[in-house]
Ligand binder design. Structure first.
Ligand code: NAP
Length: 247
């Protein structure tokens, strides 16, 4: 049997693909030959990236089910099939249970958890045809808790078990479903927090490798786990975290 990381002729949707981890994944999948659909709220950056990688930009708010359905329909119309959806779009929040407003909870859950579920649901019928796969971007904060991450911890914990459940549902169709749980990564999302020396030291002290990740370090794993090289990997929530969850 020959397994490779070739994505020639395959179509990959990456939500939240305009920046950060999503952007690094879009570039990496494109390097491996995929038709990449960058789906994001940020039209300017998304269009620029899409033109650089010979991909396509589709505007989409993942917290709106109809927009996610439309994203998948438009992709299949344009490329004829869908092979991978990477449910990456997400937003952060830093509130304890006491400080958190009801609106904050609703907003985080709707983007970080509902958005992932909409992506899985809309993609499933097409992935059954292509025997493709789903990759969700969860977080170490889906595997462990931390102070001031109430809604985010809950949403990402939901993504972790949603991943297992959808993997079980779709395994009979040879559709694989996994998540990556990154530790702290240098992206626009974390720029401000990591600009604070005290917080950066905290993150480094919690990370056995002693540093934050670059987005490309997540993208490499994303391409591998979505490729034929990982053909027996499903239902996995893989920490890519410099060791954060090892202790
Ligand atoms: P980022 O730098 O903020 O980029 C996220 C992109 O997603 C932005 O372009 C953003 O657009 C877009 N987006 C936000 N809400 C959206 C929505 N409702 N619909 C569609 N697009 C939306 O974030 P990142 O750090 O790359 O994070 C990507 C994923 O990794 C997230 O799920 C995050 O939770 C997860 N993660 C990140 C880290 C980390 O340390 N960076 C660690 C663990 C997990 P706008 O900027 O215009 O809003």
């Amino acid at each position: 049997m020959v397994f490779d990381m070739n994505f020639d002729g395959k179509t990959v949707i990456i939500t939240g693909g305009s920046k950060g981890i999503g952007k690094a994944m879009a570039k990496k999948f494109s390097e491996y030959g995929a038709n990449v659909v960058v789906a994001d709220l940020d039209e300017e950056k998304g269009k620029k990236l899409a033109s650089e990688i010979d991909g396509v930009f589709i505007g989409c708010d993942v917290s709106e089910k109809e927009q996610v359905d439309e994203l998948v329909d438009k992709t299949v119309e344009k490329f004829g099939s869908l092979d991978v959806i990477v449910n990456n779009a997400g937003i952060g929040s830093m509130s304890t249970i006491e400080d958190m407003s009801h609106e904050e909870w609703k907003n985080i859950i709707s983007v970080d958890l509902d958005g992932v579920m909409y992506g899985c649901k809309a993609a499933a019928p097409h992935l059954k045809k292509s025997e493709g796969c789903i990759l969700n971007i969860a977080s170490i904060y889906g595997l462990v808790g931390d102070v001031g991450a109430t809604a985010y911890n809950a949403a990402k914990g939901g993504v972790v078990n949603l991943t297992r459940s959808v993997a079980d549902d779709l395994a009979q169709y040879n559709v694989r479903v996994n998540s990556i749980c990154p530790g702290f990564v240098r992206t626009p999302m974390t720029e401000e927090a990591l600009g604070d020396d005290e917080f950066k030291s905290y993150v480094e002290s919690m990370t056995p490798l002693g540093r934050v990740a670059e987005p490309e370090e997540i993208a490499e794993v994303a391409v591998f786990i979505s490729s034929d090289k990982a053909s027996y990997v499903t239902g996995v929530n893989l920490p890519v975290d410099g060791g954060w969850t090892s202790h």
